[in-house]
Design a protein around this ligand. Structure first.
Ligand SMILES: Nc1nc2c(ncn2[C@@H]2O[C@H](COP(=O)(O)OP(=O)(O)OP(=O)(O)O)[C@@H](O)[C@H]2O)c(=O)[nH]1
Ligand SMILES: [Mg+2]
Length: 370
């Protein structure tokens, strides 16, 4: 799973990235460096430690999320007199990278700090959200317009159903974007989805809005989220509040000091924990586990994915040779103390290819050699 961080300049994108990655990438002017920060972050999961003794495994292997810290867009807040289609604000290489992500995290500055000037002179979260949204809408429109004119030419020679369908879908998309709406606001039929999946449309990706507040605003965090309720009502969009600078400082402390500090600040969950929980919900992701003498391991699937898809994630051979999956909830397994006990108590279920994996399942895939 991959998440792309976007936002206007100097709103704290790299600070959020550091808080999550527990890293120390230099903050400051991205635009002068034109680089994309990439990081793979382990997903903290207490359940793995509890599964370790059951498997008598040597180590735990958490699931991971990849983050891309993309560029900022400095164009002024949406102004109908500016023709945004002239020159996309986000660098082309960053756009290409963002097209490969599964979701976007949009960092919005709410913190006040005179030493950090805002490109538009003052802090206004909603203005910034609209400015970035319109940038993304135009990035998608450019691709769609290019493809539509190509399809028009192709359809003159060959009226294939594939081209006709794609043309129809992209026309609807263009209409939606022309109205300033993101593609995630549309319900797309599965067959149509297959036609356009390859484009990686930015406004189709689930959106996590991260309001970056200062530590002095922590008291009013709930009211702040409330004031962004109109965005939460939009399809596949969630709003969270993060004191990124403070969280970055905490992320750089050792575990014991971090805990003391968090209690002092009244934070009961780290930025990473909250971010991951929200992202999993937003993207409809679940975790399943596997184990053996080598490792107890966590994996990420989408809700509704099946045992055979889980097998494929572990190894393509398991997918091809899939026979059945032994399946048990992680907590039931821990309570039983061992597979032998779980079997004799009848809590271990045997499931076929089409079984929909559930959050917290521990799977043992039985496959024929291929
Ligand atoms: N006071 C305060 N300052 C912050 C906060 N978050 C970030 N900053 C400061 O804002 C400045 C910009 O932060 P960055 O994380 O580099 O912002 P960015 O969005 O990555 O910036 P660009 O990559 O240049 O677009 C730095 O001086 C940060 O220390 C915050 O929560 N509170
Ligand atoms: Mg940055």
């Amino acid at each position: 799973m991959k998440i792309g961080i976007v936002g206007r300049p100097h709103v704290g994108k790299t600070t959020v990235f550091n808080a999550l990655a527990q890293s120390n990438v230099e903050i400051g002017d991205y635009r002068s460096k034109k680089q994309v920060n990439l990081s793979t972050i382990p997903v903290p999961d207490d359940r793995l430690e509890k599964l370790l003794p059951i498997f008598q495994a040597k180590t735990i292997v958490p699931a991971t999320i990849d983050y891309v810290d993309g560029g900022g867009t400095s164009r002024s807040a949406f102004n109908p007199n500016i023709d945004v289609s002239d020159s996309p604000e986000i660098d082309a290489s960053v756009l290409a990278e963002l097209r490969t992500v599964d979701a976007l995290a949009h960092v919005v500055r709410l913190f006040e700090d005179e030493t950090v000037p805002h490109v538009d002179g003052h802090v206004d979260g909603k203005r910034d959200i609209d400015a970035v949204n319109i940038e993304l809408v135009f990035a998608d429109l450019q691709i769609i317009e290019g493809r539509l004119s190509r399809l028009e030419k192709l359809l003159k020679n060959q009226k294939t159903p594939e081209y006709q369908n794609e043309f129809r879908v992209l026309e609807t998309f263009k209409q939606t974007l022309d109205d300033g709406m993101p593609l995630r606001s549309l319900t797309i039929a599965e067959n149509d989805e297959k036609l356009i999946r390859g484009y990686g449309f930015l406004t189709q990706k689930p959106l996590l809005i991260i309001c970056n507040i200062s530590e002095t605003q922590l008291q009013e965090a709930d009211q702040l989220v409330e004031s962004f309720a109109e965005y939460e009502e939009q399809a596949q969009t969630t709003v969270i509040v993060l004191a990124a600078k403070l969280e970055m400082e905490i992320a750089q402390l050792d575990a014991e000091d971090a805990e003391i500090f968090m209690v002092e600040m009244g934070l009961n969950q780290s930025a990473l924990d909250r971010f991951i929980k929200t992202s999993y919900n937003l993207m409809g992701l679940i975790t399943f586990f596997t184990g053996g003498p080598k490792e107890a391991r966590a994996w990420t699937l989408r809700q509704g994915q099946t045992a055979v898809e889980a097998a494929g994630l572990i190894h393509t051979d398991f997918e091809r040779g899939f026979v059945r999956a032994e399946c048990i909830n992680w907590n039931d397994l821990v309570n039983c103390g061992s597979y032998t006990q779980a079997r004799s108590k009848g809590v271990l279920k045997v499931e076929g290819k089409t079984y929909q994996v559930k959050e917290g399942d521990v799977l043992n895939i039985l496959a024929n050699p291929t």
